[in-house]
Design a protein around this ligand. Structure first.
Ligand code: PLP
Length: 374
């Protein structure tokens, strides 16, 4: 048998997190996780869940009753969206302009959907005219898109136009806000989204593991009227709602400490004000953008499609992206990331998310990038 391992004290490196997530977690949120546990149906924990739901409705800008946190990272919320909303044989339209749009397609396919794409180059958002043409050609039941595409640093605009097109075809719209919720303007009800999901570890600056999700009554009705049960027991939204709804029943063990943390981070969003938070992200990321541009570097997307929470900076000719990210990590203690998928070697990705979006972090990061490129 294996001997008892000699596991030392927990001692992760001291980092400033300026990558695509996780972001720095505020000490208040860290402290909340040291709060003693209670049972997952304890009345005081049900209150914690209710607070989380209220906080999520606020940050999603929605009155949707069906608002909860999925146990798992952003991909679990993405999977919950597609495995519930897509029935086998339905056509699902997903974007081709980034890594996470591709992941949506994979999940929709595993849910039994016939996946078709609406195309745009990496670095550009979807054009509503192309979405309209794809609807006319394929008549999809579900359209998925990524609000903040972390692989390219592109912000999808024209969202009300996308939902108008989809609804004129009686379809449902799923938005990925994993890299944007709480950091970049997003209005679930005003823009008429059917299902929106996110992650906790980016602009909300909570630890990963409790992923926000909200869906409209119309979308929940589609889930309830499915002919076949969703191909996942754990992520079945009806099952999840039996725990998160008015009369909480055991479905799976609530994520006690992780929800304490998400609650505290949502409390901080409410204290700052969600619109003030969007403005802070624009201001801090604006300083970061101005700093790298002053060094002669360029961001991948055009200014009108810039995503403040994730800045994809083109690597200048002679530089090596891996060397740059390694240098920042090892010499400066700052985490940024290299390019993902098609953009590997072309860009570095500098996040400006949640508690990381503050002046000292931005100044250090711009300075470190400048030194690394000298
Ligand atoms: N969608 C987007 C836009 C993301 O940036 C990410 C993660 O970076 C995901 C989905 C998947 O989230 P996770 O890695 O938390 O599972």
């Amino acid at each position: 048998m294996t001997d008892a391992p000699d596991i030392g004290e927990l001692n992760p490196a001291d980092r400033t997190l300026m990558g695509p997530g996780p972001s720095d977690v505020h000490p208040r949120v860290l402290r909340s996780m040291a709060t003693p546990l209670v049972g997952y149906l304890d009345p005081s924990f049900v209150e914690v869940m209710n607070d989380v739901q209220e906080g999520l409705r606020y940050v999603f800008r929605t009155d949707n009753e069906y608002t909860l946190a999925v146990s798992g990272t952003g991909s679990a919320a993405m999977e919950a969206a597609f495995v519930n909303l897509v029935e086998p044989g339905e056509t699902v339209l997903v974007p081709s302009n980034g890594y996470f749009g591709g992941r949506m397609g994979e999940m929709a396919e595993r849910a039994g959907g016939d996946v078709v794409t609406v195309d745009a180059p990496w670095g550009e958002p979807l054009d509503p005219a192309d979405v309209e043409a794809a609807f006319d050609e394929h008549q999809p039941t579900v359209l998925g898109f990524v609000h903040g595409e972390t692989s390219t640093g592109v912000r999808q605009g024209d969202i009300d136009e996308l939902t108008d097109i989809a609804h004129a075809h009686d379809a449902y719209v799923v938005a990925d806000t994993v890299a944007s919720l709480g950091g970049v303007e997003f209005r679930t009800d005003e823009w008429d989204l059917d299902l929106v999901y996110s992650g906790s570890q980016k602009c909300l600056s909570a630890p990963p593991g409790a992923s926000p999700l909200t869906l409209s009554d119309r979308a929940m009705e589609k889930v309830r009227n499915r002919e076949t049960r969703p191909n996942s027991w754990y992520l079945d939204l009806e099952g999840l709602w039996s725990y998160w709804g008015d009369d909480p029943q055991y479905h799976h063990t609530g994520m006690t400490s992780t929800l304490y943390a998400l609650r505290e981070s949502l409390r901080m969003v409410a204290e700052e004000g969600v619109e003030a938070g969007w403005a802070r992200h624009r201001r801090m990321a604006g300083a970061l953008k101005a700093g790298v541009e002053a060094m002669g570097l360029e961001l991948l997307p055009a200014d009108e499609h810039w995503l403040p929470s994730l800045n994809a900076v083109r690597i200048p000719g002679a530089a090596d992206g891996d060397a740059l990210t390694t240098h920042l990590l090892e010499e400066e203690g700052i985490e940024i990331a290299g390019g993902l998928g098609d953009l590997a070697g072309e860009v570095v990705r500098v996040g400006c998310m949640g508690h990381s979006a503050r002046p000292s972090n931005v100044l250090r990061t711009v300075g470190a990038l400048g030194r690394a490129l000298e």
